[in-house]
Write a protein that binds this ligand. Structure first.
Ligand SMILES: Cc1cc2nc3c(=O)[nH]c(=O)nc-3n(C[C@H](O)[C@H](O)[C@H](O)COP(=O)(O)OP(=O)(O)OC[C@H]3O[C@@H](n4cnc5c(N)ncnc54)[C@H](O)[C@@H]3O)c2cc1C
Length: 472
């Protein structure tokens, strides 16, 4: 762990002042709140979070309270999972929420881990996000109130602004809530977890965690169950409307299958009918489409996607090979220099919520077929954390003056990074690829790209060779 300042303020005003006055230090993650330390300390020990100042919330008055407020159930951000699990008030207001809290991790983690810490961290397989989203709760921070619908924004990403402190969560009264997960035997995190909540007015909300990119609602199931809260209502549903990821623990199809099974079990537990033992899946998957053996078929050991960009393939190709445009488009890119005609060196900080890793990377270009396809070979070194290597293949397809860009990525981590990061590789790479193409798309449509293109004459010659009439 790197050196840091530690403070344990005794009042909210003091805590906020300490945060506001924290020194800005390069190569650090600035000032961070510390709740029970169940995620943050592990990340710090692995070198994936390096706060310059840590503000411990343990002594702040009032943040552990569970009470009734403004016709809602109010749970303080520092309430531990164990405290919520044991609360009679929680059982009365939102019957079943206490079971969610009691099923998190093990007794030690439940005694330390907090509601606020879990929601701020927003692990894509965590239990609380599903319960809070299904219940239609509201987060109260030092600055505002945020509806759960607006709060969860994908992988480790929330609506919290830098330094914003969660004070507590308000839950409406519910007829009942059931959360069931298919858990990792080691951590008890959800491989997939489903929360179904019935509001007092009969409406139903269904939230699914563990699919890959963070908690999501399942609108089709909500509508069906809102009309008829029974297992029969789930019969026609297809789970492939849910976006899921494949990783080393489970395939996307298996995750969707589990979402269907667990939803049915939640409905049954909430009085929607009894499931026969070894019940077949209520919601089913569409039969798999036959595999298309084309250029963009994604090999088993990688993953990919496609993106439409508002520029012709030729312009997209130029942008992909331009150092300035690349630097602006790569999320977290701190520097990028061209070292050879076909090679770059880059320093990229990959951040996921409180976690961050700085890679010194070498990028080699190969298999260039302008303006159709290319391969990027990546080698990244994160010092004591380990290293990563991979390749990205890109293919450009003309589409009425625009371009559909197909990408496929394969990444391997080694060292400590593999230990901590493998679960997150695909989700992270997808998120970064999405951001990369979004930035590139914005730059292309706003015409920001061309000036820096002067810097790469070698590929201009290539393009002229292949497309003498392009005039570029
Ligand atoms: C072995 C193990 C098994 C686990 N299994 C499960 C499981 O089955 N299901 C599950 O859901 N979770 C599980 N967890 C996670 C656990 O539930 C913790 O609640 C979660 O890690 C958050 O920890 P914490 O409350 O101690 O927050 P910390 O680790 O202290 O903080 C986490 C992050 O939240 C920020 N933060 C903390 N409090 C606030 C606040 N009030 N406002 C704004 N930001 C804040 C911190 O700055 C940090 O970025 C497991 C953890 C471990 C170690």
């Amino acid at each position: 762990m790197s050196a840091l300042e530690f403070a344990r303020p005794a009042s909210l005003a003091q805590a906020l002042a300490l945060h506001a006055q924290a020194p800005v230090q390069q190569d650090s993650d600035g000032c961070m709140w510390l709740a029970g330390g169940q995620s943050l300390l592990a990340a710090m020990k692995l070198g994936m979070a390096s706060p310059a100042r840590l503000i411990d919330l343990q002594d702040l008055p009032g943040l552990r309270e569970i009470g009734e407020q403004d016709q809602s159930l109010s749970i303080g951000a520092m309430a531990t999972h164990a405290a919520v699990a044991a609360s009679d008030l929680v059982k009365r207001w939102a019957p079943g929420l206490e079971l969610l809290a009691g099923g998190i991790a093990d007794e030690q983690v439940r005694q330390m881990g907090t509601l606020g810490g879990s929601l701020a961290h927003n692990d894509p397989a965590a239990c609380w996000p599903a319960g809070v989203l299904a219940a239609g709760a509201t987060l109260v921070t030092d600055q505002r109130q945020i509806a759960a619908n607006d709060y969860f924004q994908g992988l480790y990403t929330t609506a919290l602004r830098p330094g914003e402190l969660i004070l507590g969560v308000r839950f409406p009264r519910l007829q009942g809530l059931r959360y069931l997960k298919f858990e990792q035997p080691a951590s008890r995190f959800a491989l997939v977890g489903v929360a179904v909540a019935r509001a007092m007015d009969g409406s139903v909300r269904v939230a699914v965690t563990g699919l890959g990119l963070g908690v999501v609602r399942w609108p089709q199931a909500e509508q069906a169950l809102g009309r008829d809260f029974s297992l029969q209502a789930l019969q026609g549903l297809v789970t492939d409307d849910l976006q899921a990821l494949t990783d080393l623990h489970a395939s996307a199809d298996y995750r969707r299958h589990l979402a269907g099974v667990l939803t049915a079990r939640c409905v049954s537990a909430l009085g929607g009918g009894s499931l026969p033992q070894h019940a077949p899946l209520a919601a089913r998957q569409r039969p798999a489409a036959p595999v298309q053996h084309s250029v963009e078929t994604v090999p088993d050991d990688g993953f990919g996607g496609a993106q439409v960009l508002a520029a012709a393939p030729f312009q997209v190709w130029q942008t992909l090979l331009d150092a300035g445009a690349l630097r602006d488009s790569i999320p977290g890119c701190e520097s990028l220099v061209q070292t050879r005609a076909d090679a770059y060196e880059a320093t990229v900080k990959v951040g996921l919520g409180p976690l961050s890793v700085r890679f010194k990377s070498e990028v080699l270009l190969s298999d260039l077929l302008p303006p159709q396809s290319l391969t990027l070979v990546l080698r990244g070194n994160a010092g004591a954390m380990g290293s990563g290597q991979g390749q990205a293949r890109v293919r450009l397809e003309p589409l009425n003056g625009q371009t559909r860009l197909h990408w496929w990525v394969q990444v391997q981590l080694s060292g400590r990074l593999a230990q901590f990061g493998n679960r997150l590789v695909e989700a992270t790479a997808r998120k970064l690829a999405g951001e990369f193409f979004e930035r590139m798309g914005r730059a292309l449509s706003s015409g920001q790209i061309p000036p820096s293109l002067q810097t790469a004459p070698w590929w201009r010659r290539l393009i002229r060779f292949f497309f003498p009439s392009s005039g570029k």
